[in-house]
Design a protein around this ligand. Structure first.
Ligand code: HEC
Length: 153
């Protein structure tokens, strides 16, 4: 019992400030929406890291495969995270997701596949192949956002 209480207190400390995320200045109240946005942000952060390395030729080339694999594994959580039609004023998800969930899910599969292919390309060390695979991966983000995400500034 004592151990459990200690663990809960620790979780509260560790998670404070991270359980709700904000889009712009708006705070997300629905935990389902908060979760799916956190999953999507982890994918976004890994893409950001890939961009930093490639654009600036940073000495972390071997980290590219890790970022790609991170996107591949987080990508597998996306369909599950969006399955429930949860709404929040701060969300940019369009209702079309739940009108054609099969198409949305297919989009997540495309991303997972492209992330795996990008990981394999980085391991080949071939710059042309790396850039080609990255373009494919980025295309899967764009395609889904265009169809299923509201444009906001
Ligand atoms: C199958 C559809 C789909 C794919 C593929 C997809 N996204 Fe998203 N993404 C969404 C939706 C829908 C939202 C809006 C979620 C919300 O606001 O409820 C979103 C939101 C985001 C956000 C914003 C999170 C925030 O702070 O509000 C980022 C960053 C993001 N995606 C990055 C990416 C990147 C990078 C990729 C490609 C590697 C990608 N996404 C691929 C559907 C997708």
């Amino acid at each position: 019992m004592f151990r459990w209480i200690g663990f809960s207190a620790l979780l509260v400390v560790v998670l404070t400030g991270t359980t709700t995320v904000a889009v712009g200045k708006e705070e997300i109240k629905d935990p389902n929406v908060s979760y799916r946005v956190n999953v999507m942000r982890s994918i976004g952060s890994n893409m950001g890291g890939i961009g930093d390395i490639l654009k600036n030729n940073l000495p972390f080339q071997e980290a590219l495969a890790t970022h790609a694999r991170n996107i591949e594994s987080s990508g597998k959580l996306v369909a599950m995270a969006f399955e429930k039609e949860a709404k929040d004023p701060a969300s940019t998800a369009l209702p079309d997701i739940w009108k054609d969930f099969a198409k949305f899910k297919a989009g997540t599969d495309e991303m997972v596949k492209a992330a795996g292919a990008f990981a394999a390309a980085t391991e080949s060390g071939d710059k042309g192949r790396i850039m080609g695979a990255l373009k494919e991966l980025g295309g899967t983000c764009k395609e889904c956002h265009k169809a299923f995400r509201e444009k906001r500034n």
